[in-house]
Design a protein. Structure first.
Length: 252
């Protein structure tokens, strides 16, 4: 799995577009709202973030009352996460580890969040086997990932890693065979006793805002930390997401 830290966006105040189905949120707020709907309450339960990056998801879970451990293959990202969590007074265990080889005992966690992980590993079955192993019976896996469609190929294989003007990831981080539509991923989950329960599409409310932010980041005019105010995302039910989606599965 690649070691490039994720681009993470801080939470912003949600603004309703359609109160029944769709809301405009920051990227991080999308994840937190979805967790609030599909994951068990914190209340001291143990949570693991796989692909923890710079620590935003772990911090969000800690504030929801979980006992949080986070792993990432990048020592640089883990260092940033540790510093941020110390600064904010959050008791989170940040470790350098790979999703394919989790250094934990069986059934240690009630919740696993797989962040920007499933679409960058070429060992999906190893990742899912490890996830199933560390989840307690009845535990929940929540993940975000990328579908395989003409548009997702254009964005992830083209704009994000091949086109010099918009490239923000190293060549090879994404591959067509690692972009998986929901049905394909559900079949893989099922092989490891993880049963898919839900899928939601999320995407920029205004794609031009994302284009502008990527161009500005690529040119060095802004940093990762300055992206959040520039882009809102929409979260909505979709059986066939065009690019990115969130999902959850339950063990057993």
């Amino acid at each position: 799995m690649g070691t490039t830290p994720h681009i993470e966006l801080d939470a912003a105040s949600p603004a309703a577009i359609d109160g029944r189905h769709i809301r405009a949120l920051s990227f991080q707020a999308v994840r937190m709202e979805y967790l609030g709907e599909v994951a068990p309450r914190g209340e001291g339960r143990a949570a693991l973030v796989v692909g923890g990056g710079r620590g935003l998801i772990a911090a969000g879970l800690a504030r929801l009352g979980y006992r949080v451990t986070a792993v990432d293959p990048s020592p640089v990202a883990v260092g940033h996460a540790r510093a941020a969590h110390r600064r904010d007074g959050l008791a989170i265990a940040d470790l350098v580890a790979r999703a394919e080889e989790l250094p934990f005992g069986d059934q240690e966690f009630d919740l696993v969040y797989g962040a920007d992980t499933l679409e960058v590993t070429d060992r999906l079955d190893d990742v899912l086997a490890q996830t199933a192993r560390v989840l307690a019976p009845g535990g929940t896996l929540v993940y975000d990932t990328v579908s395989r469609t003409p548009l997702s190929r254009l964005v992830y294989l083209g704009a994000f890693q091949a086109v010099p003007m918009t490239r923000i990831m190293p060549p090879g981080r994404y591959g067509a065979d690692r972009l998986r539509p929901p049905a394909e991923l559900a079949a893989a989950l099922s092989r490891h006793g993880l049963h898919s329960r839900d899928v939601r599409e999320f995407k920029p409310r205004n794609p031009l805002d994302l284009v502008r932010a990527v161009l500005a980041r690529r040119s060095g005019r802004i940093t990762d930390e300055e992206i959040p105010p520039l882009v809102d995302f929409v979260l909505s039910p979709a059986a066939r997401p065009l690019v990115t989606y969130l999902g959850c599965a339950v063990k057993g």
